[in-house]
Design a protein around this ligand. Sequence first.
Ligand code: G6P
Length: 299
Amino acid sequence: MPVVQKVDRVILQHPKTGNQGSSAEILLYGATVVSWKAPSPTSNEPVERLFVSGKAALDGSKPVRGGIPVVFPCFGAPTHPTHAKLPQHGFARNNVWTFNSIVMDNEAGVSVKLSLGPNPTIQQQYDHPFHLDFVVTLAEHQLSTDLHVKNTGLSTTPPMEFQALFHNYIRAPANDVRVSPLTGLSFYDKTEATEEARATSKMETREGVDVTKFTDSVYENAPGRYDVVWPSGAIEVRTINMKDVVVWNPQEEAGAKIGDMETGGWEKYICVEPGYVRGYVKLPAGETWVGQQVLTVKV
Ligand SMILES: O=P(O)(O)OC[C@H]1O[C@H](O)[C@H](O)[C@@H](O)[C@@H]1O
């Protein structure tokens, strides 16, 4: 079966290649993609492409440390008045979504939609009317995620102002991986010690950005297509409507302070996170915004 529904997750299996083909698992909690196995173009062996910490909670008690958490409607600590009661990275990653439908099931791949609307927990923290759909599409060497945000308010409702980001934990050796092209972009360095330094933009001069030291950089107005390359692999990240990109790896010292990070886990991934996180999308009542990414295994 290309789509298997379990109590807590949905499993996608690429139809063309049976059990030897690509697959993906999406938890209903947070609509978090917790596994994506895909072969490289030159092999038939599906390989796990995402990192999930061995200490990650997968029972809905806290956001998943790994995979692809969906960050919405705020990135980091809330800065917009309508987000003031929300936790870091918002409510999408720590609420249970519902399985909506199978969107596509053919030889090219398989696609499912999960949905989230206001529930009593969310309404205590956030009172703007909204509806979210999250569509995950699995192809032979690709995984796409599309977030559809609808402002379901009446015409008198103010525009909805939000940020959104796909928090990809790409499985790669942190000390050998490089991300490009980011040269010439301005970025904000969240590892700086003072608020003033964190709010002062820097200019990226490196051809291939590494994370060999603690890195937490928010690049703005980025090109929307990134090569994530390491000695034995490469993944391309293409995006639509996600104008910014965050590159994050805590390295050893900061990594050891993350309670749900397995020992040495920071060495096994790089977060390359496309999003709209500098400023806010302003969505009029009745309208829908779609942010998309396509991850492609290149090597
Ligand atoms: O620990 P979390 O809330 O999951 O956040 C993990 C990380 O997410 C993003 O990459 C932010 O830029 C980082 O500042 C943050 O540490």
